[in-house]
Design a protein. Structure first.
Length: 130
């Protein structure tokens, strides 16, 4: 293997030529952090339990439509808006702006509910939104 000489890169040369700041308030000082106590780095199961008990909002979208503002202003009690989905198509379930499942609408104890048909993967959800 031939001997090769190493040269300082231009960036390193530029840094060595930088003059020190004129004001002491802008200089950096080393900081010492205390060592973390032993035995606290467990599996994190206790921290995960906090997340598992959180309530998160889920939005169920039955369908959508677009109407002119003139028609919107004419809506009142008893007005019907026809949605773009047929009755056989599943409703979409969203966490924030991310679709995570498809479901059918059912009635349970005189309340609307959804029965999940399919959990949508992240790749499928991105393709459906784009």
């Amino acid at each position: 293997m031939p001997d090769t000489a190493t040269a300082e890169s231009p960036v390193q040369q530029d840094q060595s030529q930088v003059s020190p700041p004129a004001d002491d308030r802008t200089t950096a000082h080393p900081v010492e952090f205390p060592e973390a106590p032993q035995g606290t780095a467990g599996t994190g199961a206790g921290q995960l339990d906090i997340l598992l008990d959180m309530d998160i909002p889920i939005t169920v979208v039955l369908g959508s439509t677009q109407i002119p503002v003139r028609r919107l202003l004419q809506l009142g009690p008893g007005s019907v808006l026809q949605l773009g989905k047929s009755v056989e198509e599943p409703a979409d379930l969203f966490l924030k702006d991310s679709k995570f499942a498809e479901a059918e609408v059912v009635v349970v104890d005189d309340r609307f509910a959804v029965r999940i048909r399919q959990i949508v993967g992240a790749a499928s959800a991105a393709a459906a939104q784009g």
